[in-house]
Design a protein around this ligand. Structure first.
Ligand SMILES: CC(C)(COP(=O)(O)OP(=O)(O)OC[C@H]1O[C@@H](n2cnc3c(N)ncnc32)[C@H](O)[C@@H]1OP(=O)(O)O)[C@@H](O)C(=O)NCCC(=O)NCCS
Length: 460
């Protein structure tokens, strides 16, 4: 609001942090409070709207809805800013390490050296899995997608740590949070090794989180394994870049599941399920498949056209974001990391050339400019992981390992928030009005079309 308007309002004695909503059908008005966080957009606080008026708001995909308060992550999508607890993502990616970032997200501040050591140590002492869990894992088909295994096995952790779990107890919450962060690399590595028919690796406490993850993924038990520090650093950066991203689909899923008081391992499993979709974490896998499909730079224009065709389902994967309407700041770091990794590995991956050319062409294309579609974090992460030797099916698993701290930090924050209630959205009902039941023998042929495909997708 401009200075002049504020002054004018003060003269009229209107509280500027309110909104007056007028019902144009009845002429009635209601005043709703406004609010602003530490940074970011103003909000209309509509909590009392339904109670006072019986009105609901309609907002599929929550594009205009803040469902909670949070201190963890701030995003300015227009400026391409991402802050965790106030620290910018590129400072964290370049100067911090993943364990420190986990501590920051969970506890609100960067740790002192003693706090860091205690945290590292505690995480290291929860990395092993219960032997029974390995038996559970062995029940999967060898060909199972590792994300299917992640959903199942992380969900199954709740069966191992349920009876004693009291989520109202802070120590138990902390234990659950540390356990899940510690065990995710082991579960991810088991899922990978299982698909290859290789023995389950053991975590090693002398290694850092990322070194241990790298070793569990790639070491051959019959041979010595030397950690490549550049690759360990790249893994660490990748985990930092995926650590949290505010109220995205999977984090909101974890919050929604947790809002009923559910077991935290089950809540994280629900987040993994949500992450798996190609519009979310599954996009990194989809980017690589897309680059393979495009094949060479000469085909780029054809695919750019397909992406713009409203009748074609093809989208440029790794492009566009619900919140970022400028370059995703994580993509910029990832792009740099991608070059480092390929240089160190001596890999001359034509997919990187193709990705850069695709990015260049798309960023100059009026359709992508007008819709503010820029590369997101998934655009380059797949190329890094592929160069390291991860199969495409493991990309989203790596994302899930990194994001676990974000999920559990939001779960913790939600449980400590007195204003949070069980998540229960309302709806705009478009179905039949009340009608009388007709016994089956009296149901004649109606003009409704039949057939399974119509029943699953057809419109009346
Ligand atoms: C991320 C994503 C789901 C955001 O979706 P959203 O905020 O709901 O935005 P919409 O899907 O409504 O997209 C807005 C417009 O841009 C277009 N658009 C969005 N992403 C596009 C893409 N990757 N390629 C081509 N067109 C795209 C949509 O068709 C839509 O066009 P319209 O206005 O003519 O209907 C979407 O950009 C996408 O599917 N991207 C590809 C998948 C991906 O990389 N996901 C990872 C996110 S980190």
């Amino acid at each position: 609001m401009s200075k002049e308007n504020k002054e004018e309002n003060n003269v009229k004695n209107i509280d500027t942090d309110t909104f007056t909503i007028t019902d144009n059908k009845t002429g009635e008005t209601i005043v709703m409070p406004g609010t602003t966080g530490a940074m970011g957009n103003r909000l209309i606080d509509i909590r009392s709207l339904f109670g006072k008026t019986g009105l609901l708001t309609y907002d599929p995909g929550f594009t205009s809805t803040a469902a909670c308060k949070s201190d963890i992550t701030y995003i300015d999508g227009n400026q391409g800013i991402l802050l965790h607890r106030g620290y910018s993502i590129d400072e964290l990616a370049n100067q911090s390490d993943y364990m420190e970032t986990c501590y920051l997200l969970l506890y609100g501040d960067l740790p002192t050296p003693e706090q860091k050591e205690a945290f590292d140590n505690d995480i290291k002492h929860h990395t092993m899995l219960h032997e029974q869990l390995t038996k559970f894992l062995s029940g999967f088909m060898r060909s199972a997608h590792p994300m299917a295994i992640m959903v199942g096995v992380v969900g199954a952790l709740s069966a191992f740590y349920h009876d004693k779990m009291d989520i109202t107890d802070n120590d138990e919450r902390r234990l659950a949070a540390h356990r899940i962060i510690a065990k995710m690399p082991t579960i991810g590595a088991y899922a990978f090794k299982y698909s290859l028919g290789l023995p389950f690796p053991m975590p090693q406490n002398s290694l850092s989180y990322s070194e241990n993850l790298l070793k569990m993924m790639f070491a051959n038990p019959a041979e010595d394994y030397e950690i490549n520090p550049v690759l360990a650093k790249a893994i660490d950066r990748l985990l930092i870049l995926h650590a949290d991203h505010e109220q995205n689909a999977s984090t909101s899923t974890v919050r929604l599941a947790g809002s009923s008081g559910a077991n935290p391992y089950a809540c994280v499993a629900s987040g993994i399920a949500s992450l798996w979709g190609p519009a979310h974490g599954g996009a990194n896998e989809a980017v690589l498949k897309m680059l393979e499909e495009i094949g060479s730079a000469k085909n780029i224009q054809k695919y750019i056209k397909k992406a713009q065709d409203p009748d074609d389902k093809f989208r440029l994967m790794g492009f566009g974001h619900r919140v970022y309407k400028s370059y995703d700041p994580r993509a910029a770091v990832m792009r740099e990391s991608c070059h480092d990794v390929l240089r160190v590995l001596g890999v001359n991956d034509p997919k990187l050339e193709l990705a850069m050319e695709l990015e260049r062409i798309a960023l100059e294309d009026p359709y992508f400019i007008e819709k503010k579609l820029y590369p997101n974090v998934d655009f380059y992460s797949g190329i890094i992981m592929s160069a390291m030797g991860f199969p495409t099916s493991m990309f989203t698993v790596m994302f899930a390992i990194g994001r676990t701290v974000g999920w559990i930090s939001h779960w913790k924050e939600m449980l400590n928030d007195n204003e949070q209630k069980i998540g229960r959205p309302r709806q705009l009902y478009l179905g039949e009005q009340q009608r009388s039941y007709i016994p089956i023998e009296r149901r004649g042929h109606t003009d409704r079309r039949t057939g399974w495909s119509w029943l699953w997708g057809g419109k009346k």
